[in-house]
Ligand binder design. Structure first.
Ligand SMILES: [Ca+2]
Length: 206
């Protein structure tokens, strides 16, 4: 599946660029009609349902949606700015099917993270929290909640496919009506150095 052209349909026009430096794309540029039928299909989860029985959605962050990111004080940082196979894009829209559900095709923007990311989410104190992440990389991250290191989050190896990873935060670690959560890349595994984050959902026990 061509993840870059998945939403692009018939060609409208093509034109030469005088200087392609700023556009960052080879010349000629091509303009396509867009198939919007896949829009917003990324807003729901597709494979993690079975692990969320008895839990209710309390918050979500659509990585790549700058307004939604801002509302959650979302930040990311890089350890290798400008360096990922020659060039890193901080946000990308990808079209993949799911590793464990190939009929589910989702277009979702996200960010390629080389350092880590942090966010503030709604929470109910004293209730267990499950974090679901849509990703296409298996880079392990550390999980920090309110400044405390809780563990390492590993993901399935799903290059060019989506997976939904689930991490469970014990009830005792959720102490107020909001939680600051950070996911630095796991520093001990230096050969894994980029993580793609597309969407986070936060569920707590009902
Ligand atoms: Ca997204």
């Amino acid at each position: 599946m061509d993840r870059k052209k998945g939403m692009l349909k018939e060609k409208i026009c093509q034109f030469e660029l005088i200087d392609s430096t700023i556009a960052g794309s080879p010349s000629p540029m091509t303009v396509y009609k867009v198939d919007w039928s896949l829009a917003h299909k990324g807003d729901k989860i597709y494979t993690a349902d079975k692990e969320l029985e008895g839990y209710s959605l309390i918050d979500h962050i659509d990585i790549g949606d700058v307004e939604n990111e801002k509302a959650h004080h979302y930040k990311f940082w890089e350890t290798q700015p400008g360096m990922f196979y020659g060039l890193i894009y901080q946000d990308e829209a990808c079209m993949y099917s799911y590793l464990n559900n190939p009929s589910a095709v989702v277009v979702d923007a996200g960010r390629q993270i080389t350092g880590g990311e942090s966010m503030v989410v709604r929470s109910i104190p004293g209730k267990g929290l499950k974090i679901v992440k849509r990703t296409s990389t298996y880079t392990p991250t550390e999980v920090w909640v309110n400044g405390e290191f809780l563990g390492i989050w590993t993901h399935e190896n799903a290059e060019n496919a989506w997976t939904e990873a689930v991490y469970e935060v014990p009830a005792s670690k959720i102490t107020s009506n909001q939680a600051r959560i950070s996911f630095p890349l796991h520093r001990e595994l230096k050969h894994y150095y980029v993580c793609f984050s597309a969407y986070y959902w936060f569920y707590q026990k009902a």
